[in-house]
Design a protein around this ligand. Sequence first.
Ligand code: ZN
Length: 249
Amino acid sequence: MPIRVTVWNEFRHEKSSEYVKKVYPDGIQNTLKAAVEKLLGSEVSVRTATLDEPEHGLTDEVLNNTDVLFWWGHMAHQEVKDEIAAKVAQRVLAGMGLIVLHSGHHSKPFRLLMGTSGHLKWREAGEIERLWVVSPGHPITVGMEKDYIELPHEEMYGEQFDIPTPDELVFISWFEGGEVFRSGCVWKRGAGKVFYFRPGHESYPTYHNPEIQRVLANAVKYVAPVGGVPNRTNSPQITDPIAPISKRD
Ligand code: ZN
């Protein structure tokens, strides 16, 4: 049985910015879908979901048939309904893998699962980012030819990053401006795994980069629940309220 992947994207920048539309003409979600399908073939079945669909495209039917969910959001985190965010977090506790990308550090599902603000430093100046592997041999780094990935232009995210100490730290990024950042982090939550992966600002072609695509495909396999999400009725419950975001990071 293939790993059932759903790629969720807010899908707003690609409609509102001519520049972003050129980088991702079909939306970030379809670029990610094509990359995962190209690298994992029959090991996966991939669909997409976006904010403006009914229930943000994440109906019970979709979530109950998702083993791994990608999450890319930025300008509209507050438009994500609390009950949908809670269902996503709940599904992670039951065993679903969650891959939170870039500005998803401020998304409702991520903050629910982390219990922290996700705040960080940022600067949009198209700087070089070098993502160093700090966990050699980690399954998420399989197939990497070097011990780092270099992106010629990215947005800078810097420490301090308000997250719980990761269970596994896979990448630390260095930026041209001098900052560093924990850019590839894994946490276990309930029966599920969460992978946060930093790169992917909408105005740079980061998700077209083969090395980044390789990491994301590896991450799908790594966070996927072995044998699917188990049918359990005693998963821990998400109950915490989500505080509003006070500033854009
Ligand atoms: Zn960004």
